[in-house]
Write a protein that binds this ligand. Sequence first.
Ligand SMILES: [Zn+2]
Length: 259
Amino acid sequence: MITFIFMKKEFVTLFLILSVSFAFRLLTYRENQSGAPPYGLSEEDVPKFGSIEWSREWVRPNVPAKVAIQAGHYMNDELPSELERLRDNDGSAGGGKHEWEVNLAISEEIKSILNENGIEAEILPATIPPRYWADVFIAIHADGSENTSKRGFKIAKPWRDFSGKADRLISFLRDEYQEETGFSWDDNITQNMRGYYAFSWWKFEHAIHPMTTAVIFETGFLTNYYDRQIIVNQPDIAAQAIAKGVMRYLESEGLVISD
Ligand SMILES: [Zn+2]
């Protein structure tokens, strides 16, 4: 009897340990499924507004409007050594596609729509040139979840937006994307999004200049059948919406004039 109770106790303990470790693994797995690299730097790490003197004195270069579209995870294996731990992070997958393929297709379409409208735009891979500046920087990603019914899109700005313009950019993008795709807004902005490595200029050389108006855009869930109908099968619809949002923002900045 004593032996039996002892064994029972041992069993319960073992069961508890296994349950906790399983739950932890599940959580970690979910994290890795997300489209944004698991790299979220916390808010406390970010320098405060005004703490960087040169950023207060910064003046926009006198050049035409410039837009950068980063195809998330594209050419990950070429990330510099400071970002070495992201080289294997391929993000999500679904519908027979790697996330980077989906991100790249949407990014290329955005670039060509902007170019057709006379706006200078370039595609960036996972590696950002050191202290990269543009009027608009959008990192294109696609989400993933083990719950395949999860859908929707979300857009986040850096923890501290030194440009002060990211909210306006987000509102234009959100309106256009919602209207064009019919997708609903997903409120679950993660630390991995706001602490995105390419926003983390105080930490990495290969990041945006702090005065770049930057957002990270999770265009939909690659693991969801309905979201894939647009982000995989009709990337031009997603791209059209994003390009429109960018143009509305540039107009509001007086950097382009609409016809
Ligand atoms: Zn991603």
